[in-house]
Each structure stands twice: as structure tokens, then as C-alpha cells.
Write a protein of this length. Structure first.
Length: 215
């Protein structure tokens, strides 16, 4: 994929997030790994107005051009890529049900076997910290050490994937699981969950499940 095509795919993914109801306005952000750093969406630019040249390259050391304004969350995008060496992309949004569960400071438990798509027996929530801070970045890096997706308390979700398409696919799955869990909490304070041993069975099979890239 050419550089322009890659940048355009990020813009398309941003617009897809809004179209699918995963995000509102310009609040989410997306990055893709590049040699020596990442490309990330800019700060404060409406997705339907974004152009390929608006995406910002941020180095692994957190450096970027003096006239560039990357997303305020660039720190936790770099942290996410450090935590998940296999990841080629990071998706962050404020999807409604994921945000609701995060406000309750609850991890999403194994209410459905698809929890395994996030790489474990639950989708954890990491502590709140002000957006754009190193403190939040540290929480994110710790949370993603053994998960492909996490919730951010009073904030939203982060998903990772080998490709951008896979990270986007996982974001849809996480929001669906959050919706299930939030709905169950309206019925009971203690929704039934699958035992760890059953989720671990799915984890052993899950690598061959989900979105596959066409050759």
C-alpha cells in the first residue's frame, strides 16, 4: 500500500467509526505503525474534512514536525504499540456502551464467548487519568500488556490489531459486548458469566477466527 493509500485508509476508518455509531464528532483517533514511529490522526480536524496530508508522523521518541498537531492522545497510541509489538494499528473511540461500562469502572466479563477476541477472559478497565497525559499512557501500556482491547475509565475504549481492519473489527466486537453487559446489568447486578476454563478453550481456537485479510 502506498503512503497516500495508507493515509486514506485511516481517514476512511475514522469516517466508518462515526457512520457505525462508534464515535461522535472528532473525539476518537486512529494510528498505524510506521518504521520508526506511527501515523496518527490530527487534533481537531473533522473526519469528513480530513486530507491524507493532515495525518501526522510521530516518532517512537514522541517527536513530530513543529508545524504539525497530532491527536492529543498520541502518547497512549505510542504506548499501545509498545505494549503490543504485533499490532499495526490502534483504534480509540468513545463508543456509547463501552463508555457507559467504563463510567461504572467495570471490566467486561465473559458474558459471551466472543470476549476471547480481546485476548483474555475479560476486557479490563484501566484507571482514569486526564486525556493526553503520561499518566494515562502508563495505564494504557500496562492494561494492554496481556489484552488486545481495554476500556478507559470515564472515557472509552482502545483496540489493537495486526492491521487497521482488524483493529476496527475488534472495536465493533468490544462495543457489542459492552452493550450486552450494560443491558444485562439492567436485569441483574450479577449477570451469569462463562467460567475461565470455557473461555480458555475459545482462546485456544480464536487465532483462526475473525477477520481475515484477502491476498
Amino acid at each position: 500500500m502506498s503512503d497516500t493509500a495508507l493515509r486514506q485508509s485511516v481517514i476512511q476508518a475514522c469516517n466508518d467509526m462515526n457512520a457505525h455509531g462508534l464515535n461522535q464528532g472528532t473525539s476518537g483517533n486512529i494510528s498505524v505503525r510506521q518504521p520508526g514511529g506511527m501515523l496518527i490522526t490530527p487534533s481537531g480536524v473533522a473526519y469528513d474534512q480530513m486530507q491524507p496530508e493532515d495525518l501526522v508522523f510521530v516518532s517512537d521518541e514522541g517527536e513530530y514536525a513543529s508545524d504539525a498537531v497530532p491527536s492529543s492522545e498520541w502518547r497512549f497510541h505510542l504506548a499501545s504499540l509498545r505494549a503490543r509489538p504485533e499490532a499495526g494499528a490502534v483504534v480509540h473511540n468513545h463508543a456509547m456502551y463501552s463508555a457507559i461500562v467504563s463510567i461504572l469502572n467495570k471490566s467486561i466479563p465473559a458474558v459471551h464467548y466472543m470476549i476471547a477476541t480481546a485476548g483474555g477472559t475479560d476486557i479490563p478497565v484501566v484507571p482514569y487519568a486526564t486525556y493526553g497525559t503520561q499518566e494515562l499512557s502508563d495505564y494504557v501500556e500496562a492494561g494492554l500488556k496481556d489484552r488486545k482491547a481495554i476500556l478507559l475509565q470515564h472515557h472509552g475504549m482502545i483496540t489493537t490489531g495486526t492491521t487497521l481492519a482488524q483493529a476496527m473489527w475488534l472495536a465493533v466486537e468490544v462495543e457489542a459486548l459492552a452493550k450486552m453487559y450494560a443491558t444485562l446489568l439492567q436485569i441483574t447486578d450479577t449477570p451469569p458469566v462463562l467460567p475461565n476454563i470455557k473461555v480458555e478453550e475459545v482462546l485456544r481456537k480464536i487465532e483462526s477466527y475473525g477477520l481475515r485479510e484477502k491476498n
